[in-house]
Write a protein that binds this ligand. Structure first.
Ligand SMILES: NC(=O)c1ccc[n+]([C@@H]2O[C@H](COP(=O)([O-])OP(=O)(O)OC[C@H]3O[C@@H](n4cnc5c(N)ncnc54)[C@H](OP(=O)(O)O)[C@@H]3O)[C@@H](O)[C@H]2O)c1
Length: 251
């Protein structure tokens, strides 16, 4: 039997990468799926490819979030699964972080995530599942990730408090912390291809399983947390990183 049949799911940032793979997985598991994104063009392409509903909504724009919630309410009534996935990565060393880099990453990865949840609360069914896409960068101290890491650490702190406060409604709230996953997020940083290859090679060498994750592998974990199989799991974080968080000194 399909694991998510009868459930309705919203995935922010579902036109690409992990969100896209998760939309495909949720649909295969029987859910009705709504994806969002900033780019009208990318949302429409993904909507057609996936055969799901696409809605353009920038998570940093609170009135766009109100419109999104209104559209989902009108068309689907209520919501069982909220995958808070939209995010960006703007690497820079300490001392070269700009105000714009700070505002963009905190604005999308933290503020955008928080207000996505706050706005959808009234539509969430009792027993709903919220999954926040964080990162092991919240913990690793990896160079050039200070603001990104802080945005994800803040999201994990919000996750834990939200899990406590929403428990009376049986709404479960969990975080997923991936290690490096092969998605367009790295190319969007503006790094040259040779820089990207050097970066990927250096990172891969630090991962015990010696490879990047695939978006589908993250989607499998998210689908589990979204399902009733995870009914006793809330306030938790799941590292999914090929062992990178154990940070071996020798390998
Ligand atoms: N890839 C990794 O190695 C990795 C590791 C750990 C955590 N993560 C996290 O995983 C999540 C997904 O990233 P990804 O790797 O799949 O990257 P991706 O392929 O670049 O996808 C990012 C998605 O977020 C959307 N998005 C960005 N800003 C938005 C905004 N302001 N409002 C609405 N949507 C917005 C993008 O839509 P548009 O194209 O329309 O802007 C896109 O659909 C992010 O939160 C990221 O931090 C990724």
């Amino acid at each position: 039997m399909a694991n998510l049949s009868g459930k309705t799911a919203v995935i922010t940032g579902g036109n690409s990468g992990i969100g896209y793979a998760t939309a495909k997985k949720f649909k295969a598991e029987g859910a009705k799926v709504i994806i969002t994104g900033r780019s009208e063009e990318r949302v429409r392409i993904a909507e057609n490819e996936l055969g799901v509903k696409g809605i353009v909504a920038d998570v940093t724009n609170l009135s766009a979030l109100d419109d999104l919630v209104g559209q989902v309410k009108n068309e689907f009534g209520q919501l069982d699964i909220l995958f808070v996935n939209a995010g960006v990565f703007a690497p820079a060393p300490v001392g070269q972080n700009t105000e714009e880099m700070f505002d963009t990453q905190m604005g999308i990865n933290f503020k955008g995530a928080v207000f996505t949840i706050e706005k959808f609360l009234s539509l969430l069914t009792d027993g709903a599942s919220i999954i926040n896409l964080s990162s092991i960068n919240a913990y690793t101290g990896m160079p050039n990730t200070s603001i990104y890491a802080a945005s994800k650490a803040a999201l994990n702190a919000y996750t834990r408090t939200a899990a406590t406060e929403l428990a009376p409604r049986k709404i479960r709230v969990n975080s997923v912390n991936p290690g490096p996953v092969a998605t367009p997020i790295f190319a969007k940083t503006g790094m040259q291809e040779s820089q990207l290859n050097d970066f990927a090679g250096a990172i891969q060498n630090r991962i015990p399983l010696k490879r990047f994750g695939q978006p589908e592998e993250i989607a499998n974990l998210v689908a589990f947390l979204a399902s009733d199989d995870a009914s006793f799991i809330t306030g938790s974080e799941y590292n999914i990183d090929g062992g990178m968080n154990v940070n071996p000194l020798l390998s």
